[in-house]
Write a new protein. Structure first.
Length: 223
């Protein structure tokens, strides 16, 4: 079953997922009238940053990923976004299926930093498919889905932001080692600070040259 073709027709943020999740709609086409009993697919999704343009603010936000704009000819390489599995039920000719992709807002992840830096527009994605096809009319055959099956898709940045805002409205997320968390908790307890936000503001306020311009806090800080 080497002639399968894949098209991504849309994407939405899953409002009912426990964590940030995108749902891509796939159209899968098999030639002829031979039934496909099932597909066991693996899908690798990559961001292809060279396939879109960037304004000045976006370029500044991408500095730590790709360096200065003058270097982008060599540094603007694909970024891994996700790798997920999908079971597709039987069909003949053509079918559609939802590809569910759990996401993260961990700013240590390159894909998250890239997406967070974009002000709008679309994200150029390349979806690579492989796996196993179970086919046969009046019988049962097993055939590989070759790695050269792919689909391009341009995901609206607004869809990714909608997904993030459903779970982290107006917030960011930082992953810290346990030892650092323990030290922050001890600092917060010593200073009798009412929230983590207040704790970070207190630390920034005590840092030489730090600026809190434009920042707000939900609780006061101890003197």
């Amino acid at each position: 079953m080497t002639d399968l073709s894949f098209t991504c027709t849309g994407v939405r943020a899953d409002r009912y997922a426990a964590g940030p999740t995108l749902v891509f709609r796939l159209r899968i086409t098999a030639p002829g009238d031979e039934p496909v009993h099932a597909l066991a697919l693996r899908c690798q999704i990559r961001i292809e940053p060279a396939r879109r343009g960037y304004d000045g603010a976006e370029a500044d936000g991408l500095l730590d990923l790709f360096g200065e704009r003058s270097r982008w000819g060599s540094t603007l390489q694909p970024v891994q976004f996700a790798q997920v599995s999908l079971m597709v039920t039987g069909f003949t000719g053509e079918t559609e299926a939802d590809l569910v992709v759990p996401c993260t807002y961990d700013m240590d992840i390159a894909a998250t930093r890239y997406l967070d830096a974009l002000g709008g527009g679309e994200v150029p994605l390349l979806m690579l498919f492989s796996g196993t096809a179970f086919t046969g009319a009046g019988g049962f055959r097993v055939a590989p889905v070759p790695w050269d099956r792919e689909a391009q898709f341009r995901m609206p940045v607004a869809t990714w932001r909608e997904m993030v805002d459903q779970h982290f409205p107006g917030c960011g997320w930082i992953r810290l080692p346990r030892a650092t968390m323990d030290a922050l908790l001890a600092y917060r307890s010593r200073r009798a600070l009412p929230s983590w936000e207040a704790t970070v503001h207190d630390l920034l306020g005590n840092a030489p040259g730090a600026s809190l311009t434009g920042a707000t806090t939900t609780g006061g800080t101890a003197p």
